[in-house]
Design a protein around this ligand. Sequence first.
Ligand SMILES: [Zn+2]
Length: 554
Amino acid sequence: MNRISLLFVASVTILWSCTPKQEKMENRMKEFISGYEAKAIPLYRESALASWEANVNGTDEAWARSEKASVAYVSFYADSEAFAELKELKASDLVKEPLLARQLDLLYNMYLQGQIDTSLISEQIRMETEISKKYSNFRASVDGKLLSDNEVEDVLRNSKNSTELQTAWEGHKLIGPVVADDVIKLVKHRNTIAQKLGFSNYHQMSLELSGQVPEDVTKIFDELDSLTRDNFVSLKGDIDNYFSQRYGIPVSDLKPWHYQNRYFQEAPEIYTVDFDKYYENQDPVKLVTSYYAGIGLPVDAILAKSDLYEKPGKNQHAFCTDIDRSGDVRTLDNIRPDSYWMNTILHELGHGVYSYYNDPSLPFTLRDAAHTFTTEAIANYFGRLATDPGWMKSMGIIDEAEMTKIMDDSFRALRLQQLVFSRWAQVMYRFEKSMYENPDQDLNQLWWDTVEKYQMMKKPEGRDMPDWATKIHVALYPCYYHNYLLGELLASQFNNHVTTTVLTGDSGADMKAVGEYFKSSVFMPGSRYQWNEMIEKATGEKLTAKYYALQFVQ
Ligand SMILES: [Zn+2]
């Protein structure tokens, strides 16, 4: 009802300003949208609901229903007649009313992805499944024992014996030669698909279809690199000194297996604050309920539909899903009273409030986040609270004295974590971009050149192995990793805006102001604006790395 009246108002105003030709095209777009919504909404809803039930119950029937529903939803966009109509409307350049034009852009990209030859898609899925099996079945052979990824991580995190560390690290890296040729074939296959749709390669296609211009993303990564480089050099010095002492070897003898995880993607625990002990006797659900209510964004309706605790057959991770973009928002978790789950439930409900507090007067296509990384940013913003001593004190988890005691180390630990992760994300972004631009280059060398440049970790002498292929995201979750880092940058940009512009110092009013700010500036606009336009309207600036640097670089 709201939507109809909104469109009516829009068409009345346009009567005065638009040509008959424009009016004709805009009417065709409106007609397209009503036909689209009638069919797409039920398919979207069934697919979201079936996937939810499969993840909660894990039965074969539930998974079969989920697969069927998601195939039905995805194949809906293969409709070539519908795509031809969108193509004509787009080419006319006469759909100018902002909401219609925005929907045209988004729907065009969705249907474009559906226009790939089904035989090429099935071939891609077949290749991905094969590779996926190889990763799943692989176990690192270490001193005659077969170790899972988690067991390798355990050795790397806990052992202080260089030989043992090296053996575990090298054992895990043997998945590289098992999958490398298959991954290169898959990369070339993805490029073929992208080129058929008019893109130069798959990396460019993935970013552009999600609404990102690759040059813009690279510019932000360059900005972040120059803002963090010096600080990282100095922190890397601290890290190396810490490891040199831990292992009793000179800094010059440190190798990639000394960094406590397979890719140096997480920070070592140099500054130890035991956050788990603060949450041992807390109820994370009670805490989030009271916190989100306090900022004027109650989450009771979301929690009522959610599945919060462990049970057999259930997905062991966490996610949040918007079933109908009309208020049915749910999160799946496996909550325990510790800091990891405190962070996770705050994070998932960040996604939750973004979806739940949307603008019901917007059309279905626009009742969505501006981009996946903008909802990740909101989730990160709230997730970070779990280890923020100021927040913990305001929630009554710790007292003033404890807050003062752990303040510095909490901040140092977070800063180290952020900087280490940001350098690692640089490696992933630069490597993937270059790999899709030229999959025939020496990828083994490219990987280590990138690692040395951004993580400042030296390649073991003489090593020439496909170490890049050991990272499962390169093969199976392509061209997405950069969004994790963009989410962190935007979380810091929001944080800066909130602290400098939204907060006034009156703590009671400030809580509500934060919720109201996010609701009106980020959640309600949904995807009516391109993500950078939304960010500029919400913070006064386009996405920038400078607030992340301001927060985490000294
Ligand atoms: Zn998330």
